[in-house]
Design a protein around this ligand. Structure first.
Ligand SMILES: NC(=O)c1ccc[n+]([C@@H]2O[C@H](COP(=O)([O-])OP(=O)(O)OC[C@H]3O[C@@H](n4cnc5c(N)ncnc54)[C@H](OP(=O)(O)O)[C@@H]3O)[C@@H](O)[C@H]2O)c1
Length: 457
């Protein structure tokens, strides 16, 4: 645009009190010192000064405030995820979208921490190839904050943006919660709001790695039918320091008030396992003949253990066979010895692994591999000879009943509030270090949870 110059016709003379006065004359009267530097202004000659002009009134311009674009213009929430297609190609970051508007009874969680579990290795190993190219993810449990809630839905009304939450994300053959944001379907995905007390006691980190082991352990114990579970029950936990084993011991102790708990674990873990509620610990690294050690305990009704201060202490134990054996390692050593160590009639043997010993590093450690293999003296062989008079159950985590799982998570939060539940964190990795996290888990000797911190996105 070109500037336009505007010309005014300035009059040369003015009429003042019926006299014609020239502009120059007028000017020299009003501002004498402008025309003569030497002219001294007489301070008493006030009339000679022109009246001060009003300063122009500056009308303040309204401040410009940046406002968010109306939501209807935003079509999706971008997310950053760690995904893989098969176990030949290493997981990488992918950028996805959660579409708006959210369907009724759904919400978006901004994930803060998720844990990796053996099930993640199993699913990963499952995909030796996948021609569909569908993306899969890691992580079945998480902690985070509610990012957005659907406008419709009774269940959604119980949540607000900014709520601290923890939950299970059991989308086995799909994407996991290894993502900056996940879409939660409240009719399918178990999730609970975390109260301030639980949050201050556990923090987001531990809340990212408790739910899966807790819910599995609860389901395992809930599957005991014969004889039930009561404060007099005697229980052996094989793999007492596994994530699920630690939860089992704490649930047994504080929820079912069982005090006779024997745990098999290494000496390194014995302090933690005892703190969680085991009355006797059998160190599998020192007591090579496990069956003999267990039988001696059950026959003598006592055992000498080394306490946390390094002192030898004698602990008493009921001189009777176990009512329940819970197994988180797999294999058949204990099963084969059931006549020596497990009650004949109502004895229950529960395993989440099966006849074959779990080996996290094996390519054969795949989803569905744990079930009875029938080899050796496994359940298959036992049944062939008429079957033992024990209750044997292979228990798999059931992620289908959202109502039931929400209740379990609420029980868990209450136990956290009562300081009855602890979670040991083994290590925390960044999303970019997912390989390190999986390698740590694969050692099968990570005492405590292997967590991944999700960076802000
Ligand atoms: N079927 C299902 O739905 C289901 C659900 C959950 C878990 N599971 C299975 O249950 C098993 C346990 O899972 P998790 O996540 O709880 O385990 P985890 O936390 O990964 O277990 C690691 C712990 O195992 C201990 N350990 C290793 N070898 C041992 C041995 N020979 N004797 C005693 N302890 C030993 C290690 O302690 P040390 O290094 O001190 O020995 C370490 O603390 C896995 O096989 C998993 O796949 C199945």
């Amino acid at each position: 645009m070109t500037k336009k110059s505007v010309l005014f016709n300035v009059p040369k003379e003015f009429n003042i009190n019926d006299e014609r006065v020239s502009v120059d004359e007028l000017d020299s009267q009003i501002n004498p010192y402008l025309h003569n530097d030497k002219h001294q202004h007489d301070p008493d000659d006030v009339a000679a000064l022109p009246s001060p002009k009003e300063l122009p009134q500056i009308t303040a311009e309204p401040k410009r405030v940046r406002v968010g674009r109306p939501l209807r213009h935003v079509k999706h929430k971008p997310t950053k995820e760690v995904t893989y297609i098969n176990n030949q190609i290493f997981p990488k970051f992918s950028y996805e979208k959660i579409k708006f508007p959210l369907k009724p009874n759904t919400l978006i969680v901004h994930v803060k921490y998720f844990a990796v579990n053996p099930i993640d290795l199993k699913i990963w190993n499952y995909y030796t190839s996948d021609l569909t190219g569908a993306k899969k993810g890691f992580g079945r449990e998480y902690s985070g904050e509610v990012y957005q809630v659907s406008e419709e839905g009774d269940q959604a009304a119980a949540f607000e943006e900014g709520d601290a939450v923890t939950g299970l994300y059991y989308h086995l053959f799909n994407k996991g919660c290894s993502a900056s944001h996940i879409l939660i379907d409240l009719n399918k995905d178990p999730i609970v709001r975390v109260d301030d007390v639980s949050l201050s006691l556990f923090g987001y980190q531990k809340l990212g790695g408790w739910a899966y082991n807790f819910a599995t352990a609860f389901q395992v114990l809930n599957s005991i039918t014969a004889g039930g579970l009561n404060s007099e029950s005697t229980v052996l936990v094989n793999g007492g320091s596994t994530g699920t084993g630690l939860m089992t011991i704490q649930i047994l102790k504080h929820y079912f008030h069982v005090s006779n708990i024997v745990a098999i674990c290494s000496g390194t873990a014995s302090d933690l396992v005892t703190q969680c509620g085991a009355s006797v610990v059998i160190d599998y690294k020192k007591e090579f003949d496990l069956i003999k050690s267990i039988s001696t305990l059950l026959t003598n009704g006592k055992k000498t253990i080394i306490d946390r201060h390094g002192n030898e202490v004698e602990v008493l134990y009921p001189d009777k066979k176990f009512d329940i054996i819970v197994d988180y390692l797999g294999g058949t050593t204990l099963l084969e010895a059931h006549q020596q160590i497990l009650n004949d009639r109502n004895g229950t043997y529960l395993t989440t692994v099966g006849d074959k010993r779990a080996n996290y590093r094996s390519k054969e450690f795949v989803y569905g591999s744990g079930t009875v293999v029938g080899g050796g003296y496994g359940r298959g062989a036992l049944l062939m000879f008429g079957g033992p008079r024990i209750n044997y159950k292979m228990v798999n985590f059931d992620g289908s009943n959202v109502k039931n799982l929400n209740n379990l998570l609420k029980i868990g939060l209450e136990m956290i509030r009562q300081s009855q539940l602890q979670v040991k964190v083994n290590s925390v990795f960044k999303m970019t270090e997912i390989k390190k996290a999986l390698d740590k888990l694969k050692t099968q000797h990570a005492l405590g949870k292997v967590l991944v911190e999700v960076e802000d996105f």
